[in-house]
Design a protein around this ligand. Structure first.
Ligand code: ZN
Length: 676
């Protein structure tokens, strides 16, 4: 082991009672250190104030990261209490630093007094990002506007919470009890069992369906009973609105109008034309025109394909099932029938070829061939669970670049989903390099008995995706934590390395490394692979225009200069649908009233990011389609141009350095079968 100054957390020795006092001490020390640095009376420089801030923040992150991680993977009541208590303190501290006028002056001073010019890229990006974030938090406003800014922020946070609560209440309030077994026809066993369990919990006989996704989706996809599908569909798409079975209850109409009005005011207060421009201030996309043009271009080219797919679906439903009018509540159902008709492919069949240990070793082999990386398992490192493995990652020159924990399987007290999180961020210190350390967390099916865990192809993709984030974090060569790895990378660009990695899950040469029948070791047959590839792009045009409808609606909504009353929102959505959608929802549809991504979450004027990042990833990968999917020169170029610089440079500059030009949308269209 060669760890230099990277000290790993002692997971088995973290005492819950000691966490809060330790965080308190760090926060007190940090506050005192910042105040002292601001009061020395010396002219501000990178070395005497900005760099020390990096250090203070890093110390805090290193103390907090293992706690945040344990809260995610080994939760218990005592830890949760401490976690929440600390979270409030940390968020107060972050707000305080973000609004500290002394610090704002210090950054400005360093930027304007010659010092900036002699600094490197990473340092300059840190200064520019900080000044931008200070401005976006209203620091440069006059006192009256500053007050108003705070009021708006508070009101927005309350309204967004209210929006979310309305959706949650409406989702939970509606239930569909069923006692006639006939009505369950077509549903898979798992869905029926879930409905039975819900009924029991409610003290009812029979089955109960709800608007929770795991209950709702199987009904829409598999239930033969068309009336049942209609009832669930109507209840689902009218949640928290003026329509449907709960009309007027938890109605979000006013909440949405007020959120939009306040966001407009906030954007204007900070000097932007509208909220969309405010959102773009921290993103890779240049301006509103570029986003609108980008989405419009994708829509123009995808819509004819989506129209053909819908026509095929209609013809299939008419000929095979006698359906004259294909309604919104029929689409997932007949789509599933059509998919089976064409491909008859099941995730269960594929599982046999993806035993987890083989997939993990294969993944390591893929990055070895691409980047020359060597990954070595270390035993004896202290972790939070015996299942967790620990690895060290070496580059082609055999230098240690980073370390990671791999926690693959689902178990009690572990949060669902998959994610990469930072344990330690790379930093140059007086005595050497602090190596980056990552947590890679998945919730794969655990091994049963003698058999290894068998993964679905979807799970394999998830693992590759998170590993892509992990490489971004681990392979950075930036010396300052706030722009090392994924830090400082704009929201619409941060999914590039992760989505990029997913591509290898669809290539024969890579599949040979990551798969093999768990008993015989046999590779996936070419007919199975063909079906798998064909099924991948099933209805991709329809999916594309649906995402574009959401993205365009979101972006144009936040670019509106005028009123945003309820009817105006609906009018805009209707307009967008007329332009891009192929499936026209019924007039009672109030999808927007539960569109939490943009009204309650962080995707306001940012929903386009999903597509933006997909375009980057597909275009980056297209270089490998041209040069060979294991072309080392391209791999090394990706490493140097994208992964190593992390957040220290403008992402468009990085992408252009890798691809030799700005991103194009054709590779995504080709990759999803929209372009032949
Ligand atoms: Zn991701």
């Amino acid at each position: 082991m060669e760890l230099d100054n990277t000290r790993l957390p002692a997971f088995r020795h973290i005492e819950v009672d000691h966490i809060e006092p330790a965080i308190d001490t760090l926060l007190t020390d940090n506050r005192a250190a910042i105040a002292a640095r601001l009061q020395t009376g010396e002219p501000y420089t990178w070395e005497n104030i900005l760099y020390p801030l990096e250090d203070l923040q890093d110390r805090l992150n290193r103390a907090w990261s293992p706690v945040r991680h344990l809260h995610g993977v080994a939760d218990n009541d005592a830890l949760r209490r401490v976690y929440n208590a600390c979270l409030v303190k940390l968020s107060d501290y972050a707000t305080e630093v973000g609004q500290n006028e002394g610090l704002y002056r210090a950054y400005n001073y360093v930027k304007e007094h010659g010092e900036y010019e002699r600094l490197g890229h990473a340092e300059r990006t840190i200064i520019d990002n900080a000044l931008r974030d200070f401005r976006l938090s209203g620091i440069a406003l006059n006192p009256a506007d500053k007050d108003r800014f705070k009021q708006i922020k508070q009101a927005l946070s309350q309204l967004q919470t209210q929006f979310e609560e309305h959706v949650l209440d409406a989702t939970q309030a509606w239930k569909k009890p069923i006692t006639d077994v006939q009505r369950l026809s077509g549903l898979p066993d798992s869905a029926v069992r879930l409905a039975r369990q819900t009924a029991r919990r409610e003290g009812l006989t029979g089955w109960v369906f709800t608007l929770d996704f795991p209950s709702y989706m199987p009904v829409m996809t598999y239930a033969d009973d068309r009336d049942l599908r209609f009832e669930l569909y109507q209840a689902y798409v009218t949640r928290a609105s003026d329509q449907g079975p709960m009309a007027g209850k938890w109605d979000n109409t006013e909440v949405m109008a007020e959120i939009l009005r306040l966001r407009q005011e906030l954007g204007k207060l900070l000097g932007f034309a509208h909220y969309a421009d405010y959102s773009l201030a921290t993103k890779m996309a240049r301006d509103s025109a570029q986003v609108i043009e980008f989405l419009g271009d994708l829509a123009r080219r995808s819509r004819p394909v989506a129209e053909r797919e819908l026509a095929e679906l209609k013809a299939f439903a008419a000929h095979q099932y006698g359906i004259k009018e294909l309604e919104a509540w029929d689409i997932p159902y007949y789509s599933e029938k059509l998919r089976q008709h064409h491909y008859a492919i099941s995730q269960e069949e594929l599982r046999l070829y993806f035993p987890a240990p083989r997939v993990v070793q294969g993944l390591f082999a893929v990055v070895r061939r691409l980047y020359g990386l060597r990954i070595e398992r270390w035993t004896g490192v202290e972790t939070w669970h015996p299942e967790v493995e620990f690895y060290a990652l070496y580059d082609a020159a055999n230098s240690l670049r980073g370390l990671f924990y791999l926690d693959l399987y689902a178990r009690p007290h572990k949060r669902g989903g998959a994610w990469m999180d930072e344990c330690i961020v790379r930093k140059r210190t007086a005595t050497g390099i602090q190596h980056p350390v990552a947590y890679l967390t998945c919730n794969l099916t655990p091994p049963v008995g003698e058999d290894p865990s068998l993964l679905t192809h979807k799970e394999v993709i998830t693992l590759f995706h998170e590993f892509g984030h992990g490489l971004h974090h681990l392979l950075t060569l930036v010396d300052y934590p706030s722009v090392a790895g994924i830090n400082g990378v704009p929201w619409d660009a941060v999914e590039l390395p992760s989505q990029f990695m997913e591509n290898w899950c669809w290539e024969r040469e890579a599949l040979d490394l990551i798969s093999g029948h768990y008993q015989t070791g046999e590779p996936i047959s070419s007919t199975l692979l063909e079906r798998m590839l064909a099924a991948k792009n099933f209805q991709s045009g329809m999916q594309m225009v649906r995402q574009l409808e959401f993205a365009l609606f979101d972006f144009r909504l936040h670019s509106l200069p005028g009123t945003t009353e309820g009817p105006a929102i609906q009018r805009l959505l209707d307009e967008v649908r007329a332009e891009v959608a192929v499936v026209k929802p019924p007039t009672f549809n109030r999808f927007q009233h539960s569109f939490g991504h943009i009204f309650a979450g962080g995707y306001a004027a940012g929903y386009y990011s999903y597509k933006w990042a997909e375009v980057l990833a597909a275009d980056a990968f297209s270089r490998f389609l041209e040069c060979g999917i294991f072309d080392r020169e391209s791999g090394v170029a990706f490493l140097h141009s994208i992964l190593e610089p992390g957040g220290s440079r403008d992402p468009m500059e990085l992408f252009t350095a890798f691809r030799g030009r700005e991103p194009r949308i054709e590779p995504l269209l080709r990759h999803s079968g929209i372009l032949a």
